[in-house]
Design a protein around this ligand. Structure first.
Ligand SMILES: [Zn+2]
Length: 206
């Protein structure tokens, strides 16, 4: 999962400049990469604290020597404004100005899905997207994860299995009267069922 962060000063000057960064649950880690991208912009419009000497103007512990990155000023030029211009393996519904916290929350949510469901990679991301569509925000989807039951080919497979677990001790002549279809139809009302892109269905207690 990655986001493409673009420098808006460059963009406004007709230059496409930016960087793909990995979506992470760590906001600071992503912000550092955004800041590094902005400092390398050809269209700086602000001065920011030098990352090499952290504003001191000289390398730590080197007496009177001067920081090479900022020439001893403690500040370096940087572009300021940025936006997210593309998403990879993430819902594009986040938009341009959702902010890194929203990205971090989503990355954490996908981690939680992997832990809770045992799905990983693309399957976990597909479920995350489907849940976000249904529950609209990460917080709501996270709450719903507590009610996750299973992923299976169809809800009917799940309801048949549930019925068979209950019926196995009933006499066979009674079992043949059991209406699996009606059972599935009524049972489904007690669940939230989401369609996944691979054709499977994710089942949650409603
Ligand atoms: Zn410096």
């Amino acid at each position: 999962m990655r986001i493409y962060v673009a420098c808006l000063a460059s963009y406004n000057n007709g230059v496409l400049y930016g960087r793909w960064i990995d979506a992470s649950s760590d906001v600071d880690e992503m912000q550092e990469q955004v800041n590094a991208m902005l400092r390398e912009s050809k269209f700086p419009n602000v001065m920011v604290t030098c990352p090499e000497c952290e504003g001191a103007g000289k390398p730590y512990g080197f007496g009177d020597s001067v920081c090479e990155a900022c020439g001893g000023k403690g500040k370096v030029p940087s572009a300021e404004e940025w936006a997210i211009h593309d998403y990879e393996d993430m819902p594009s519904t986040f938009g341009e100005y959702s902010g890194l916290q929203a990205i971090a929350d989503y990355a954490e949510f996908v981690d939680q899905i992997e832990t809770t469901t045992g799905l990983d990679g693309e399957a976990a991301q597909d479920l995350a997207k489907a849940m976000l569509e249904n529950w609209h925000d990460v917080k709501g989807a996270q709450d719903a994860l507590d009610r996750f039951v299973t992923v299976c080919d169809t809800f009917r497979d799940y309801s048949d299995e549930l019925a068979e677990d209950q019926l196995y001790c009933a006499p066979e002549f009674l079992q043949q009267y059991f209406d699996y279809e009606a059972f599935a139809r009524d049972l489904k009302m007690e669940y939230t069922v989401l369609d996944l892109p691979d054709g499977q269905e994710a089942i949650f207690y409603a």
